[in-house]
Design a protein around this ligand. Structure first.
Ligand SMILES: *Cc1c(COP(=O)(O)O)cnc(C)c1O
Length: 349
């Protein structure tokens, strides 16, 4: 085996969904966001595990993702699409029973003309300026849209991972102003919004990253484990260099392990000479540049020759690695390489 081994703990994923579900009242429904192939972990396996845990409503970014999820889940669960009803998607939305979150008058018109009576939701913009209808547009459309009974009226928070940020209360007030008094179920909170507290929960929450073990859900169980196999070990003398551009030079004699895994697998070049991997509890630094398929790691201090080293595991979460890479856990997850062999485990194996 010469590719990295990615282990995805489906029990931990299910436990994270239940924990986030438990943070809101029993009257609040908890959906699951599985866009981008289940945040890089494989939407079929992730979707089925979440459905088994109790999730009945799922969200994806685009209709094509909804098609893959429908294939995995069968006809029961509701699958909603954040990007709404795009031109060309009508057949997919109809045939696979997807629920588009309509973002504009254009989309609303398209949906009502193409698929009258087909379920839909409404997405409102409360200040993020990404997707959704603005207050003026909504005011004009609301009577028509609400008469058709949307499955949900939703908006999205821009700063929910910063509880003290004034934007949260501002968007909450805007959402109230746009939706108070309507009969349709309302939804504002993703993972960060759930943690902000009950006034953000409304009728339906939409956690994503917390399910997969990422911040801001600090109490999440770890879902993703990644081990990279050692392809070759060599001894280098003081003064010898490792990797492209000679960016690391041995100050004293060293043992270098060359591991399978590189920037083509989502290990960004930015972590060259920065990140560590682990042999059990012992950190081993990356030395030299990350190349496309390989990295060099200093294992001089290990008493044995390892078969593999751990880059995501008990000592290093996706957020820890993200910090070294100057990014966020979401990006680490969704860039996990397709070359890794994926193992879906029940509990840490
Ligand atoms: C991605 C996304 C979510 C999930 O957000 P997390 O921060 O991953 O919990 C919820 N709602 C919308 C509109 C999204 O785009």
């Amino acid at each position: 085996m010469s590719t990295g081994r990615l282990t995805i703990d489906l029990d931990a994923l299910a436990a994270n969904w239940r924990a986030l579900d438990g943070m809101s009242d029993a009257s609040v429904q908890t959906a699951a966001v599985v866009k981008a192939d289940g945040y890089g972990l494989g939407v079929a396996k992730v979707g089925r595990a979440l459905a088994a845990a109790g999730a009945r409503r799922f969200f994806v970014a685009m209709s094509e993702e909804g098609a893959a999820l429908r294939d995995a889940l069968g006809p029961g669960p509701e699958i909603s699409v954040f990007s709404g009803h795009m031109s060309g998607d009508t057949d997919m939305i109809h045939d696979l029973n997807l629920v588009p979150m309509l973002n504009s008058l254009d989309q609303l018109t398209r949906h009502f003309e193409a698929l009258p009576g087909h379920p839909f939701g409404i997405q409102l913009d409360t200040g993020m300026n990404r997707l959704g209808m603005e207050p003026g547009e909504w005011e004009a459309i609301a009577p028509i849209a609400l008469a058709q009974g949307p499955t949900v009226v939703m908006s999205h928070l821009a700063c929910a991972d910063e509880p003290e940020h004034a934007m949260n209360a501002q968007q909450l007030a805007a959402f109230h102003a746009m939706t108070d008094g309507i009969e349709a179920p309302r939804s504002l909170a993703a993972t960060g919004g759930i943690l902000l507290g009950p006034e953000y929960h409304f009728d339906l929450t939409r956690p994503g990253i917390g399910l997969y073990g990422g911040l801001p859900f600090e109490d999440a169980r770890m879902v993703t484990f990644l081990d990279l196999p050692v392809v070759q070990i060599r001894d280098v003398a003081a003064g010898e260099s490792v990797g492209y551009a000679n960016s690391w030079v041995a100050e004293k004699p060293a043992r270098i392990a060359t591991l399978s895994g590189g920037y083509a697998d989502g290990l960004q070049r930015h972590i060259s000479n920065q990140a560590v991997l682990f042999h059990d509890d012992t950190p081993c630094p990356i030395v030299g540049r990350v190349s496309m398929d390989l990295i060099g790691v200093d294992v001089t201090h290990l008493g044995e020759t390892p078969k593999a080293l751990t880059i995501l595991g008990p000592h290093q979460s996706v957020d820890d690695l993200a910090q070294v890479a100057g990014t966020i856990g979401y990006e680490i997850l969704t860039q996990l390489g397709l070359r890794y062999t994926r193992h879906y485990a029940r509990g840490r194996s």
